[in-house]
Design a protein around this ligand. Sequence first.
Ligand SMILES: *[C@@H]1O[C@H](CO)[C@@H](O)[C@H](O)[C@H]1NC(C)=O
Ligand SMILES: *[C@@H]1O[C@H](CO)[C@@H](O)[C@H](O)[C@H]1NC(C)=O
Length: 316
Amino acid sequence: MDFQHLLSLFIFFLLSFPNFSNSSVLARFLNEKNMDNSYIRLKKSDLWTGFDPTRVIQLSWQPRAFLHKNFLSDEECDHLINLAKDKLEVSMVADNDSGKSVKSEVRTSSGMFLDKKQDEVVETIEARIAAWTFLPHENGEAMQILHYENGQKYEPHYDYFHDKKNQKLGGHRVATVLMYLSDVGKGGETVFPDFEGIETQPKDDTWSECAHKGYAVKPRKGDALLFFSLHPNATTDPSSLHGSCPVIEGEKWSATKWIHVRNFEKPARAERGKCVDENANCPQWAASGECQKNPVYMVGGSKGAIGYCRKSCNLC
Ligand SMILES: *[C@@H]1O[C@H](CO)[C@@H](O)[C@H](O)[C@H]1NC(C)=O
Ligand SMILES: *[C@@H]1O[C@H](CO)[C@@H](O)[C@H](O)[C@H]1NC(C)=O
């Protein structure tokens, strides 16, 4: 169909529905049953997570980074700090080869992990993060709260993993949402040293020396920084290299949400002693001989791993 045809069809459409712009017509259209089949379903209660797109600024496309001003309220910031305050431990880093958590001079903060949906405030913030990033909440790790005192820092690093072990559950980290829970007197900026257009961000002496070495974001209570560690084609993006500059005056509190490519939640398993099938297809699979053909999944492995179809395989 050429453009002329399309245009006349469109005009015909407009003339046939003279009231289309009228809100009652629109409301009726939106209320129609077929909306139930749309891919994104917003229940009334889900509409307000507090995510406000008008408060988002694009900082850079390489790395892909965005700043949401006032993402958290002061009360939410204080609440997160209070949940973490008495439970801080020395922060660790993932070893490049083994993937194990190890202490390192590279990272000198202290921190702790909250639980997912730990309380209503945490759950609301997690829903807001999902609304902003368009990434499902189940792909996220539990929030990590971090505390940096004078001189403490995190040297530039990548949030994607170099080892295979840490990619097993959920795959690579695709995005990070870094929420600033406190103002910092001086220092504590998030810095991207491999940002290409470094000269496009002039800096005066309110910035620390470390912040001058890249594109930097000043920590401001309530603001949130979103950046992507993978390109849109899912390859790792080295320009996402980032660090936390040493705190020079005051202290810094932040909350981090790492989001993976896939679901990061460990599938809930049935209790060891229970005689159950954990997949609705178990009886059918067992009938076609899968208990013998695929024993590791159906029955269980040699290392004490329990199978998913123990009932249908007549193990109990
Ligand atoms: C891990 O590997 C990356 C990339 O090869 C490197 O830049 C980084 O310094 C390594 N980190 C450590 C702690 O060895
Ligand atoms: C993925 O995208 C990046 C950034 O656009 C590009 O540099 C890279 O060559 C792409 N890689 C593949 C395998 O397409």
